[in-house]
Design a protein. Structure first.
Length: 186
């Protein structure tokens, strides 16, 4: 019996030793460190009923003296996670398109908001409910070196987006409020 208990303690120790530092490191990656000079605050907006898309908005701050590039995003809440940018033509018609990366200049911020830069979730696996959370994995490069950051984000009500973005210095006008579902053709 003692041998079994001892074996369980060893296995638990190995599990905690193997997983605990990795989990703690993942939690700390959202905060700026010398290896990862980024400060990330993102929120996922709940989806409109009968629409299988959503987006993440917020701010990614580059606290370093060098350009950092966001190359991709992933979340298990959707079949596809893409970086998007919306532009308007001279007639005021908006066009959203997938982009390969977002470059974040030294000592500056990438603002993610409706009708601008955002992270798009396409083919949601289930409805997103305000109050729940989602995990995002973001892949960056700095001087050719990979930085992978895993963060837990809050899912917020669509009507509350402005309230969450204002403390980040992001102001939305009425045309930027995500009230209507938007549609994609890829």
């Amino acid at each position: 019996m003692q041998k079994t208990a001892f074996q369980i303690v060893i296995v638990l120790g190995m599990l905690l030793g193997g997983f605990l530092p990795q989990n703690l490191a993942a939690q700390n990656l959202a905060k700026s460190t010398p290896q990862n000079p980024l400060k990330i605050t993102l929120y996922v907006v709940e989806n409109v009923p009968n629409n299988n898309m959503s987006a993440a908005f917020g701010k990614i701050e580059n606290l370093s003296d060098e350009t950092i590039t966001l190359n991709s995003a992933y979340s298990d809440i959707s079949n596809a996670t893409e970086l998007h940018h919306t532009t308007s033509d001279s007639n005021g018609i908006s066009k959203m398109q997938k982009v390969d990366f977002f470059a974040i200049e030294p000592k500056s911020s990438l603002i993610l908001k409706p009708k601008s830069y955002h992270i798009m979730f396409i083919g949601l696996k289930s409805a997103l409910k305000a109050g729940n959370s989602a995990t995002l994995e973001l892949k960056f490069t700095k001087n050719g070196e990979a930085i992978t950051t895993s963060i837990k984000t809050k899912i917020i009500a669509r009507k509350d987006l402005s309230k969450y973005l204002q403390p980040l210095g992001i102001m939305l006008d009425s045309s930027q409020m995500p009230q209507n579902p938007h549609h994609h053709k890829h």
